[in-house]
Write a protein that binds this ligand. Sequence first.
Ligand SMILES: [Zn+2]
Ligand SMILES: [Zn+2]
Length: 344
Amino acid sequence: MNPGENRTIGEMPAGPGPILLVRVPRPRLAPARVYPASLEGSCSISTAAPSRVALPAFPPALHLPTQKSALRRRLRGVPFILLHLAAVASACLVAPTWTAVGLGVALYVVRMFGITGGYHRYFAHRAYKTSRWFQFVLGWLGCSAMQKGPLWWAGHHRQHHKHSDQEDDPHSPIINTVWWAHVGWVISGRFRHAPLDHMKDYGKYWELRLLDRLNWVPGVALAAVCYLIDGASGLVWGFLVSTVVLYHGTFLVNSACHLWGRRRYATTDQSKNLWWAAILTLGEGWHNNHHHYQSCARQGFKWWEVDVSYYTIRLLGLVGLVWDVREPTEKALAAKLIDGPQAE
Ligand SMILES: [Zn+2]
Ligand SMILES: [Zn+2]
């Protein structure tokens, strides 16, 4: 029987009257139901003939993967939370030694520079130049702070500057909450992947892409070294506690430095200069200065605006490891100054 041909579905029993044949149209095969590409793999494609009950446009089962992926996304923040719990619990159980405390302080400062001098001023803002091997050293040092890889970090930071305190800013305390800006965006799982479209300049180096993917390796290696130096105390106070304090020192720039402090320049965002954050972050707290002139290596524009990261970059320049250190021009320093009670 050909498609579309009528067929007999019933006959009256033979009797004295004429035989009545009832013919109904043959149902045509329904075309394959096609779902959006984003849903591929989450459901099977139906080729069955239509039933009496009309199928909904999107079967309820299609909503389940969305819930699962949301749960998976939230679970990605668990290691970060566990690291905090492990640091607090082990700090209560393991007594500090002077060696371990010294190690923790030294690793806070050195790794903070890995973030501020490396991830921020070099990878995100290209504020100076260096060789390919030292570029990798900066990337490794930044990774040892356990704040993901250089491409991930700098890519999101470029997004922050592009959309600062606007809708697409990943961590604005003005658009979102202080919690979100400080730590919520990190543990949300929404920013899992490195935004490589913002990092085409450094993304072309294979060793940086590899480091970005294996960004946990330098941190784990450093933890092992701390254990070798001072046993459990070295691991807990030298690495774990130091790493957690380092997280929140760095995160202050995203949260506190857009909320509290003084504004010298009329930038299009709410960035502020916050002196105590500048001390804790080796100079990053002069955040309004930085938003005003992003591409220079210096963030403390006045002599009293202590900027240890800048001094370190200058020292590295003196020994020939970095060069072409960018300075703010006189014209830029004098532009867009704010007059009024908030100004310095
Ligand atoms: Zn900012
Ligand atoms: Zn920046």
